[in-house]
Design a protein around this ligand. Sequence first.
Ligand SMILES: Cc1cc2nc3c(=O)[nH]c(=O)nc-3n(C[C@H](O)[C@H](O)[C@H](O)COP(=O)(O)OP(=O)(O)OC[C@H]3O[C@@H](n4cnc5c(N)ncnc54)[C@H](O)[C@@H]3O)c2cc1C
Length: 375
Amino acid sequence: MANVLILGGGFGGLIAAERLSAALGSSHQITLVSPNQDFTFYPSLVRLAFDECEPDDITFDLRTKLNDTRVHFVRGEMTAINPRAMKATVAGDEFRGEIGYDYLVIALGRRLATEKVTGFFEHAHHLLGVRAARKFGEAVNSFREGDIVVGMCPDAQLPVPVCETAFALARKFESEIHDGDIRVKVVFPGPLESVFGGATLHKELESSFRHRGIKVLYDVPISKITETEILSSAGHAIKHDLLMLVPPFRGNAALAPLGITDDMDFVLVDKTMRVAGLENAYAVGDITSFEGPKLAHMAVRQADVATANIANEIAGRKATEEYYHEIAMVIDAGGSDSIYLRYGITDETLYGLRRGRIWGLAKSTHDRIWQARHG
Ligand SMILES: Cc1cc2nc3c(=O)[nH]c(=O)nc-3n(C[C@H](O)[C@H](O)[C@H](O)COP(=O)(O)OP(=O)(O)OC[C@H]3O[C@@H](n4cnc5c(N)ncnc54)[C@H](O)[C@@H]3O)c2cc1C
């Protein structure tokens, strides 16, 4: 019997648990550790902020879901991994101690490194959680006049909700933007191509923004935020009355002593999703070291690859499944400006870009089906 330990209960961890449960059956033990008992469907957080859904629509109880698939759920936080003993240390109110493993799946997501930008905590909203999204939504609802700025800090590898928030603001404040009472700006830390991992969609996106009266500013590496201004290391000073930013991302510092991470604490993996330098360990999702945006569809595809390889290894076969790093995303602009993009980071022939109302509708339908199937 093999013990598989999954660290993290987001997209990567959940899909890994489901796939392993289906592949291994009840003859093996699968345990998932996460500090949060709720699974959150992050792509719907913009809709939550704009009162288009309720928290219950986009979260579900992970323990119940995992019990149905014979996966043992432990509420707690991994604080250390001992690779020689093949054990992870877990701290939580219901369990505190070590959990052994034969195979490890690291699916810890990203850390929000708000401390990297002075004043972020005091003066900026973000969207990366149910509570934060609702707080931002309340601020939007009480906003009457002035400058709204949305954007990404340096190393924030998540452009989709920034664009979707700008479009949602443009829909909500259409007449105020037209009358000049409210101005919406989008701020990116570099050129648009770099924000989207090399994809050349800037013309489509720029025309969509222009069409809605949204101003876009590139190459603004935000370094400091005051009550009224965003300051950048390139010398910008941009006024704000309401601010929503994706903070810098980092991996997990508890993994640094293992020598398996890059300089931002993201885990280095090979094409099979195996962790370089850690025996019987795989990593999936936002915690992995890849360039470009970090997206749920990547976490799911990486979990597919990692779990197929673990099942192969347990069965005495070689780990032969390989992951191909590509971007596929929909930016839902709430109308005909919605954009679908698919782009292989190292293979430009995969490039595909479509625009139209259908993509926004396809995204919300896909999201609902995904939640119904997994939740
Ligand atoms: C507002 C928003 C909109 C988005 N829109 C899209 C979109 O349109 N399309 C798209 O493809 N992607 C989108 N994403 C990105 C997508 O949500 C992420 O890429 C995805 O959640 C990554 O999955 P993950 O499992 O790697 O990490 P997560 O989903 O963040 O899960 C990480 C898990 O690890 C747990 N954890 C953290 N630390 C520990 C620890 N020490 N010990 C144990 N467990 C721990 C966490 O509690 C969590 O359960 C969006 C994200 C946000 C925030």
